[in-house]
Design a protein around this ligand. Sequence first.
Ligand SMILES: C[S@@+](CC[C@H](N)C(=O)[O-])C[C@H]1O[C@@H](n2cnc3c(N)ncnc32)[C@H](O)[C@@H]1O
Length: 470
Amino acid sequence: MQDIDAKSYSTAKVATRIGVHRDTLLRWLRGGKIPEPRRDRHGWRAFTENEVQRIEQFAKLGPSEVTISGTSHRPAVGMKRLEALDWDFADAKTGYLTHSLHPYPAKFIPQIPNTLIQELSSVGERVADIFCGSGTTLVEALTLKRNAVGIDASPLACLISRAKTAVLAQEERELLVSLASRAEESAQSLVAEGQARLFPPVALSSQAPRPDSHAISFWFEPFIVQELADILSWCKALPTESTRNVALTAFSSIIVAVSKQDSDTRYVRRRKDLHSGDALRRFSRALADAVQAVWEFTELVESRFSCSVYNADVLSAPDIGPVDLVVCSPPYPNAYSYHLYHMTRMLWLGMNQPWFKKVEIGSHRKYSSKSPKRASIETFRKEMSQILGWLRRHLRAGRFACFVAGSSTINGRKYSNTDVISGAAQAQGFREISRIDRSMQDTKKAFNPAIGKIKQEQILILQNGGQTSS
Ligand SMILES: C[S@@+](CC[C@H](N)C(=O)[O-])C[C@H]1O[C@@H](n2cnc3c(N)ncnc32)[C@H](O)[C@@H]1O
């Protein structure tokens, strides 16, 4: 929508200016928290400067009205209102900004952390995701003017999180755009070369290094290996960390598509109709899209807010400093094996996959093994208890930790992970403040199909000490 005159603003522009998601602004309007503006002749909302300033003020003060006692530095929290919200977000767009830079199984939709961050923290505070995965919470925290802290044991998750929260300088953006063009030109020259020779060339002339593993020839066609090796060497040669993170994430995002692996949730080999130049072309497109998304994010986020991403096993009690809010979705026991499904990506990126395999919580492999020592729901309970004990030392007193969790089936028996986490939390001194049910759309959360679709999950809100709200 265009502004109807120099002094009016569309819903999208207001949302961008005050740093909230458009859906949040619409929710405030629907809930009568902020007044409806007039409409232009096409029926679009047209906010005046005065109205925008009032909304800005409302966003800064924290949009809740009931205060929890004992947390004087905290914004007010209305748990009842939180519970009354429609958490299904059935029609919400989920791929805005950098959210669709890289596929990531079992990531949550951004509307969940967005709402929790707005309701349970204030501008300038520190929001952590202790299982940050692809960085959904971190992106939302930064756009909402909070500082962000992420932890994940997967080095790939950390790379993606860093790319999604990267801020680029104009020269860095131009460099990445020229790399995308270079890849596209190389793809075109390969096709031309292939046509002249009648058959596509088997290999490029480049001597770019590639991983030394039999898994590479098992999962990739030789001509794809050559193209990927070239692309990887270009990405690694980029001069800054931000540009390397964005380019390597674009590189990783195409790996499964150009391999023989069926999909991100199916670890079997199948033939794919791949042609010479395909990897280069896909990379070029992925990078061009990534640069555009990261640039949009760069323009939105203020430089005074920072993001730290720790590649660590959360069970090793990493020192992340004090935090004001935790929003996370833990790995569900027996639901997925990130170390396995991301194996080829990690191999190409030279990441320590064997270490991650060892420390990964919940992996299907650990729960489905034939060994009598295989993991059980008790394993998960003990891990959660240890994590919550550590978390209590980092989360400020009276503040909240939100866990988005569903159920798991282990050895044919169904368990509520929310129950397990809540029990472990209470034993560590947290209080359960709220438990909200939500339905998931099939397309919004990918799991291993062999384990079955998870259609319901819960948002568990725990408080560190303090007292319960109304
Ligand atoms: C459900 S995913 C989180 C997805 C995230 N909410 C998102 O939107 O992308 C769970 C994450 O826990 C991570 N994880 C598993 N074991 C871990 C451990 N021991 N320490 C830290 N992170 C771990 C996995 O790598 C995975 O990224």
